[in-house]
Write a protein that binds this ligand. Structure first.
Ligand code: NAD
Length: 357
């Protein structure tokens, strides 16, 4: 297969984890005889230094010509909010790319990996068998609705508007139900239909769309109960489908439930299977440039790209199995090593995974 991938490494540990992941990509090309060609583009602080903006036209043009984006992370040290290199960088880059490419479907798979099971704050018997896919609507809802602050009778008032069109709900439901059909065939639509009008519209659209996916068992759950169940009985979920803000909160809660932040990938897709693939963690400025970051979340993001944009399931599994094989051989990065245990650098771990494809 011949495809183009734009590689936007960004700030902090972004370049290190991305370089390690590109090694794995090259190994996939070699072993499966593909030409999935990575081309590097600038975003974040380096783009600002060179072009005076965080997301230059050159980078947008590169992304437009490509079939998928492999994204690292953007952002500077959290205690430097006014540093112009990083001011509003997430909004300028990530939100802009989501809108530019209409990346409405955010997929976040959550699994218990043996290596990280001890990092979960929950008891072993509760997380046993946990394998969830959170499907979050990403470009509408309360984060994008009209907002304002004003004065009323001498008091300050603020409003954010939660707004959904039926078509926006339908397309995310279809992504979620399709994914459920290929998994354990259960979908939980999370809402607050006892209070919110938007949730009532979600339910009525769900009732219509689910007819096209008769093999999937669809249930509804209120967001407050879903948060509780994600902690009490997470293994009962298969696919969770929900609106932007509820999905934002549930995916971070789910991330904490499965443990290490360095392991979790995500995909943001549009209706043409074009996607932006990135780890859920940030740019980790505290460990940047030290060759100690864990590139696994980024390597797993590559696996998601192979699966969802290119339809290369065998290759995606080869990448995921190579990571497990590295762990099985006792190869791991610093964040997963017990005190005194030997560990590999970012680069070396990436090379080990590439060699195990
Ligand atoms: P963070 O995820 O960057 O780091 C949180 C903690 O986890 C840090 O201690 C870090 O060292 C550790 N960590 C993160 N990734 C790791 C990895 N791969 N291997 C080992 N350890 C890892 O979150 P933060 O510190 O709150 O944010 C840092 C910067 O990243 C901020 O500027 C923030 O705005 C930005 N950010 C960007 C994105 C994105 O680009 N999508 C997402 C979240 C945060």
């Amino acid at each position: 297969m011949q495809k183009n991938i734009s590689v936007l490494a960004g700030d902090g540990i972004g370049p290190e984890i991305t370089t390690a992941t590109v090694k794995v990509l090259k190994s996939v090309n070699q072993h499966f005889n593909h030409a999935l060609t990575p081309t590097v583009g600038l975003v974040g602080g380096d783009a600002y230094d060179r072009y005076g903006v965080h997301l230059p036209e050159e980078t947008i043009a590169l992304a437009e010509k490509s079939d998928a984006i492999l994204f690292g992370a953007v952002g500077g040290p959290v205690n430097q909010p006014d540093n112009p290199r990083f001011k509003n960088v997430e909004k300028n880059v990530i939100l802009a790319l989501r809108q530019r490419f209409d990346l409405f479907a955010n997929l976040r798979p959550l699994k218990i990996l043996p290596i990280a099971a001890a990092a979960s704050p929950l008891k072993k018997k509760i997380i046993n068998g946990l394998d969830i896919l959170i499907v979050r609507e990403l470009v509408s809802g309360i984060y994008f609705g009209p907002r304002r602050q004003y004065e009323e009778n001498g008091e300050r008032v603020a409003e954010d508007t939660n707004r959904y069109k039926a078509g926006e709900i339908e397309r995310i439901l279809r992504v979620g139900f399709k994914a459920a059909a290929g998994r354990r065939r259960k979908a939980t639509v999370v809402d607050k239909a006892n209070v919110l009008e938007t949730s009532r519209l979600w339910r009525s659209v769900t009732e219509a769309v689910k007819k096209d996916f008769s093999e999937v068992a669809v249930e509804y759950m209120y967001i407050d109960n879903a948060a509780m169940q994600l902690v009490r009985a997470p293994a009962n979920f298969d696919v969770i489908i929900t609106e932007n803000m509820f999905g934002d909160i549930l995916s971070d809660l789910g991330g904490a439930v499965v443990g290490s932040i360095g392991l979790l990938p995500s995909a943001s897709l549009n209706g043409r299977n074009f996607g932006l693939y990135e780890p859920i963690h940030g740019s980790a400025p505290d460990i940047a440039g030290k060759n100690i970051a864990n590139p696994t979340a980024q390597i797993f993001s590559l696996a998601l790209m192979l699966r969802h944009t290119f339809g290369l399931e065998r290759e995606a599994e080869a990448v995921e199995k190579a990571v497990s094989a590295a762990w099985a051989k006792g190869l791991k990065t610093k964040d997963l090593a017990a005190p005194g245990e030997p560990w590999l650098g970012t680069k070396e771990f990436g090379q080990a995974v590439a060699d195990l494809i």
